[in-house]
Design a protein around this ligand. Sequence first.
Ligand SMILES: [Zn+2]
Length: 468
Amino acid sequence: MKNDGGAVTDLKNERQGRTSIKASYTIYVGAVLFLVLAVAVVLLSVSLSSCHKSAMRVDSRSTVSHSLKILKQPLVILLSADGFRWGYQWKVATPNIDRLKRDGTEAYPGMLPVYPSITFPNHYSIATGLYPAWHGIILNSFRDPTDASRKTFFMKNDTNPKWWLGEPMWETVVNHGLKAATYFWPGSEVAKGKWTCPPAYCHRYNESVPFATRIDTVLSWVDLPEAQRPSLIAVYIEDPDAEAHTVGPDSPEISDAVTRVDAVLGRLLDGLERRKILQDVNVIMVSDHGFVGTCDTKIISLDELSAAANTKLPAEWIESVTPVLAIRPPARLAAKKLKRIVAALNAALASGKVANGKFLKVFVREELPARLHYSGSDRISPIIGMVAEGYKVVVKRPSGPDCGGAHGYDNTLASMRAVFFAAGPRFARGKQVEAFVNVEIYNVVTQILGIKGVANNGTRSLTKKIIR
Ligand SMILES: [Zn+2]
């Protein structure tokens, strides 16, 4: 643009000069020549500018190798800390998260999980850019009514591709001839397309592997020669989720877990810095959901509900109890009958005859709020109950105290918010972006890597805001 401005100024000056010394033929010829030259400069400049813009457009879709100092190809390392609620970063000193925030971009206040705000649906939404109704992992455990085997999906041991729909980012990466590596990310052990979970680049879940070992393996992948180095590395750690279920989110044990998570991040950042490539690597730290304390006074009993509604709820109808109440009556039950059951349950919950009844609301699947995107799959039970923050549904009221923590509630609750901190050559420094849903991350990663992602539920709005 500067060149354009300079040429135009030169042109203007030249026009003025031509008027003032009209009498001089020599100068007149010179002026004409200069004018022609100036026009040529302008045209050349516009042409170069257009080429430059075109190159920038290519850059925005592909790589910005000019911003990389050591690496030749972009590298994204995606780290997930299970159940790291937005705000945990202030429980204790977290110097490494602070470093990532200072050097990069943060979702503020936090990142929205998808509904239901539980581990497997959310990790797979991050990986695919799809809501659970699209990617198929609608709960941590569920059945598919169209599956003749009537088998139940269970999160930790089921790698049958039939459950896992959509295209996770590691599959997209290898489909483009690049390498990807995963360490325990839910769904990453499932063979899909060209992704086979090869032993050199993909570890089978074993929770006893220390976090330090996982990070050291990530660094060993980074150390590989350029041709073998993964462009995407996705790594998962169980902290701070595991303990929060038993002690609740506000116990000292969780502060210790947050310290451990920060140390894991620090091990990664220090390792990259020692290799002098930190400035070349896009490090994204996320979590899958938040957490809220639960206690035995906040309980809704299905037995009490069934009696008050005068509606039988046989055990085989109940596919999930809490925080997502999922009821699947036999398929032969007409839609009208389903609606009658839902109406009877809601009337009983509102009647005051069920303890804490007002904290549970039951829906025919298709009538759930559209913002949840939780209806477009047969795997989702035809009747869904949403329980209020911190409440639990149980079949029978427990006799003793039962306090701890839970997640899975409405994904817009502040307590369910997850985190997103990202730094690297493609992220603005010290920037905050408003909360977004985690289905946006797939597009962020594919854009950084310069590859074309498959269709998904994400938009381009986040990439425009946070990728430079
Ligand atoms: Zn989780």
